[in-house]
Ligand binder design. Structure first.
Ligand code: NOJ
Length: 531
């Protein structure tokens, strides 16, 4: 794998493989179904490893496949050290890791330390044991307010809508920052940390190369669980500011990350990336200090509209934030929680053109890239019928917010009709649209103009060309609505045009363009790489 020339010697070795890797997020339910039940599984992933190797990614991130009642599609974990039968078993996981290695792919998995499932043995024991018990102390149980205890202990809301507290039959309330089926763990209880360490070692011993840590800015709660100031408008966004919202990014979280890092450091070459939705650059960077997480998602790029100034600002924030701590920046345009970027950028041909342009921008940046399965096929979000919606957000919002199912529809692999080779089943867990016949992997592999061929080409260049070296950028002057930057080490130039008309290209020889060029002009909604 290519290494940046200006890395410090101690990190410029193979054990730091993740510093410029391209990860591919496999949303396990929707990638490939081997056992014909309409839901993706571990053997399904194994059957498509050749495709992933051909695509040219370095590592996989598998979303949760652990034992779960699936109230939040696996992010409600009942046993973090076993595989849910829906997805396979431990032997299937071991086969996947072994074969992935043969395809030169690293395997990283999700870890959900903020909460468990309400069916986890600990939570069931806590319900039975009653107020004041050691069993309840593993979660966040409190008495309610008001003369009869019927008022929730504080005014916090759940990320999925409604209050963050649910009352149990004996009158106490428990905290859940997500669905009621996802009780928050009490990280002040040492048993919780000890159990996570056991889970980490369990999977590290089975050969995983790293973890994606769910809600990495959660876990620690502030002393006394103070109310959110009622004058504060939290809005719909998920980027957090602890000064306004005490639910997330509390200082105590860093001790938890140091504990996690200590365990991972026992296993050379393994890593962790955190889901860190923290607005302030300096507070975000704290998660990436040398004894905490290796990587943290930069969600500013994903939140930026298709506008050169907004994208440049996201890039500058992303690079600036990590500079002080020596961590690589970690870029992503889509994941299983947000509308796909083809749709965000306008949908249809326009959205697809812009998505290609933004893929070139992202893959030109120093650091790490996370792709979301299906973006290499140019998949848009699907406007699902109401009967098909399954995300807990749909019901918890009183059927006002449709939730995240639109970006989670199973992938189209081959053929002309659903399920497009995803499954042997006639019905898949979310329905695929007939129009995806033109977007199957099979149809795109042979077409040199397809989104898939474009991704393969871009990934190949990113991996093989010295132009991509160096951790810093310099920005050129550019017309309004455009930007151009140059990688300081290797010299790659990337130009983006989000304005309404063509603009002159910067000097250089074209390495790859996201769409047809217009002489020596860069057309609108297009990006280009030059050397
Ligand atoms: C973030 C995950 O990405 C999301 O899918 C999940 O619902 C929440 N964390 C709760 O675990």
């Amino acid at each position: 794998m290519r290494r940046s020339s200006d890395l410090q010697p101690e990190i410029a070795d193979e054990s730091a493989w993740w510093r410029d890797a391209v990860f591919y997020q496999v949303y396990v339910r929707s990638f490939a179904d081997a056992n014909g039940d309409g839901v993706g599984d571990l053997d399904g992933i194994r059957s498509r490893l050749g495709y992933l190797e051909l695509l040219g990614v370095d590592a996989l991130w598998l979303t949760p496949f652990f034992t779960s009642p699936m109230a939040d599609h696996g992010y409600d974990v009942a046993d973090p050290r076993d595989v849910d039968p829906l997805f396979g078993d431990l032997a299937a996981f071991d086969r996947l890791v072994t074969e992935a290695r043969a395809h030169n792919l690293k395997v990283t998995i999700d870890l959900v330390p903020n909460h468990t499932s309400d069916r986890h043995a600990w939570f069931q024991a806590a319900l039975r044991a009653g107020p004041g018990s050691v069993e309840r102390d593993r979660f966040i149980f409190r008495d309610g307010g008001g003369f009869d205890g019927s008022v929730p202990p504080n005014n916090w809301s759940s990320q999925f809508g409604g209050p963050a507290w649910t009352r149990v039959p004996d009158g106490q309330w428990y905290l859940h920052l997500f669905a009621p089926e996802q009780p928050d763990l009490n990280w002040d209880n040492p048993e919780v940390a000890a159990d996570l360490a056991r889970t980490l070692r369990f999977w590290l011993d089975r050969g995983v190369d790293g973890f994606r840590i769910d809600v990495a800015h959660g876990m620690a709660k502030p002393y006394g669980l103070p109310n959110i100031d009622p004058r504060v408008e939290l809005g719909a966004g998920v980027m957090h500011d602890n000064a306004l919202d005490p639910r997330f990014d509390n200082d105590g979280v860093h001790e938890i990350h140091r504990m996690i890092r200590k365990v991972i450091d026992e296993y050379p070459g393994r890593m962790a990336v955190g889901e860190v939705w923290v607005a302030d650059d300096e507070r975000y960077a704290r998660y990436l200090r040398p004894d905490e997480l290796h990587l943290g998602f930069n969600f500013r790029l994903l939140e930026a509209p298709f506008d050169a100034d907004a994208v440049r600002s996201a890039v500058e924030h992303g690079l600036g934030a990590v500079r002080s701590v020596g961590a690589p920046a970690t870029w992503t345009l889509s994941n299983h929680d947000v509308p796909r970027h083809v749709t965000r950028y306008g949908g249809g041909d326009l959205g697809a053109r812009r998505a290609r342009a933004m893929a070139l921008v992202e893959l030109a940046l120093p650091g790490v890239v996370y792709l979301y399965n299906g973006e290499e096929l140019g998949l848009p979000d699907v406007e699902l019928p109401e009967w098909a919606l399954q995300d807990p957000i749909w019901l918890r919002s009183g059927r006002t917010l449709r939730g995240r199912d639109g970006c989670r529809v199973p992938l189209p692999w081959e053929g002309d009709t659903p399920p497009f080779g995803f499954s042997e089943a006639v019905t898949t867990w979310l329905p695929q649209p007939n129009e995806w016949a033109g977007l199957t992997a099979e149809s795109q592999l042979e077409d040199p103009e397809s989104m898939l061929s474009f991704y393969r080409h871009a990934l190949e260049l990113r991996k093989s060309q010295p132009a991509f070296e160096g951790d810093e950028l310099e920005w050129y002057g550019a017309p309004p609505g455009c930007f151009a930057f140059r990688r300081k080490g290797g010299g790659l130039i990337c130009a983006l045009n989000t304005s309404g008309g063509p603009v002159p290209l910067p000097p250089g020889e074209i390495l790859l363009a996201s769409g047809p060029m217009d002489g020596n002009q860069l057309p609108p909604d297009t990006a280009v790489w030059l050397v």
